[in-house]
Design a protein around this ligand. Sequence first.
Ligand SMILES: [Zn+2]
Length: 365
Amino acid sequence: MLLTLPGLIDPHVHMREPGQTHKEDWRTGTTAALAGGFTCILAMPNTQPPLVDIPGLEAAEECARKKALCDYGLFLGAGTENVDTAARLAPKTAGLKMYLDQTFGPLHLKNKAAITAHMTHWPAAKPIVVHAEGRKIAMAIQIAARLKRSLHIAHVSRKTEILLIKSAKEKGLAVTCEVTPHHLMLTKEDIPRIGAGRSEVRPRLAGKTDQAALWENLAVIDCFATDHAPHTAAEKDGDNPPPGFPGLETALPLLLNAVYEGRLTMEDLLRRMHDNPKRIFSLPEQVATMIEVDLDARWTVRGEYLNSQCAWTPFEGMSVRGRVMQVDLRGTRVYEAPYVIVEPGFGRNIAGGSLAPDPVRPIPM
Ligand SMILES: [Zn+2]
């Protein structure tokens, strides 16, 4: 059966460019996005250099403008030195990302005063996303609540965390959150199968109780976000394996499999992969945009056949359902399985893109 769905939105991906194109670049990353049914992705700022200032934003935007195949937004990273710059650049971005816990890259923000300053100055109309784990989530929610501003919690993975967010929502606080397919589908018990280095991810794979709590509290989860974070197989198998999984091409089939198994409804899925991310991140409507999915296609995940440059996956060998057959974006057919059929650069920045000042209008005489 062929099913037509709206273009999916992934509010959490790492495109690795500029700086680490041996892992992924905007062309391979957005090819993976289209093959996975995503027509809009929001990219994280822990690139090299990190996206924390005007040159950083210009460099990332230039790569994306030339190579992106789907629409995109760029997150700005919060540092101790860029509170004013960040607030000024806000209209050109998808939002502000604050790393309150250690992650891949240099953007770890430990200073509570800087966290508060960013939350104070960042415009209310633009979202703030935090990577916070455990008690750091409580701290972030507390500061946001005091400043009466909304907050989105990235990749929630633990029982204590989802319950904390549930209780914040019950108190009426403007808190939203996302969960990754890997935290829904994998646990620590999968580590021997995946391999120790390849299993490295932040937040780490959790236990069965945590995983069960995520499913039990599905109503608390606003978005499914992949946290697509590719590294090469050689890096993952090396001495110092960096944390992160690719995820763009496996998210929809894994979740459609959950729909088939009755663990999720199609409405649950679309709300979390389209409606809610669109609303939370104030994304513009993608007119004449849709994906066509063959729901009967059953296939086995193989890293070597993925479009992501890293060519491995923690879901290797898993049986999934549903294949994206074609994608229309803004009235143009952009993908016909298994090929992208538009040129790099087709994707547009949801925040308007170019940092060039608006053209000077002649003063009417
Ligand atoms: Zn991430």
